[in-house]
Ligand binder design. Structure first.
Ligand SMILES: CC(C)(COP(=O)(O)OP(=O)(O)OC[C@H]1O[C@@H](n2cnc3c(N)ncnc32)[C@H](O)[C@@H]1OP(=O)(O)O)[C@@H](O)C(=O)NCCC(=O)NCCS
Length: 177
């Protein structure tokens, strides 16, 4: 049994806590994470602590930590831009960069969607992903998201080439527990 499979055993979700921040920062500074996400690196722990403290008062986002049987952290994710009037929110996910492609992202996203639909009561979850992030597109589709659109020439990759972003949406009416 490989590490990813073992960790996946009984994945659990909890709200992000202060003690998780250094792990989150370390993974965000890993090229296997930041190369397919859209934030500036290096990610600094001081700024992250400020970000975390500011977020405690916010109702438009919720950030999570996913952990395995032994308590070790295996992924981070969240729902941002929560609009309760419309009932929608944007999801994000990233896994331990040493354990990608082992099913962790898919399981974590399932828990995140469950929280979004059942706890927050959202009607729609959505995500943007880079056109060449095959794992992310596949993950979202496996969970229940559908590709709703393609945003052309939305960003530049590391080589300066303009690339598209894929917009995926998941409606509650298609959600099965
Ligand atoms: C994207 C990410 C969350 C996916 O999580 P993961 O645990 O690595 O993915 P999973 O193991 O759950 O695999 C999801 C699917 O993608 C497929 N996949 C994974 N990597 C792939 C690749 N390089 N090419 C083609 N398919 C791939 C898997 O085979 C699986 O599909 P399957 O079950 O039909 O075989 C993770 O790789 C990650 O953190 N990447 C960096 C951050 C990121 O890109 N986040 C998403 C931004 S929107």
């Amino acid at each position: 049994m490989n590490a990813g499979t073992r960790l996946m055993g009984k994945m659990k979700i909890r709200k992000l806590i202060f003690e998780d921040l250094q792990q989150r920062v370390d993974w965000m500074n890993n090229p296997h994470v930041y190369c397919s996400m859209h934030f500036d690196v290096p990610v600094l722990i001081d700024k992250t602590i400020e970000w975390f403290n500011r977020n405690q008062q916010r109702e438009d986002r919720v950030d999570f930590t996913f952990y395995g049987d032994t308590g070790e952290i295996i992924a981070f994710g969240g729902i941002t831009s929560i609009n309760k009037k419309i009932g929608k929110g944007e999801t994000y996910i990233f896994t331990n960069p040493e354990c990608q492609c082992k099913g962790i992202g898919t399981e974590a996203m399932k828990l995140l969607c469950k929280y979004g639909f059942e706890n927050v009561g959202l009607n729609k979850l959505y995500a943007y992903t880079n056109e060449d992030n095959v794992a992310s597109i596949r993950l979202h589709q496996k969970v229940g998201y559908e590709i709703e659109g393609r945003l052309k020439q939305e960003y530049k990759d590391a080589g300066g080439k303009l690339k598209d972003r894929i917009y995926l949406g998941y409606l509650k009416q298609n959600y099965t527990k």
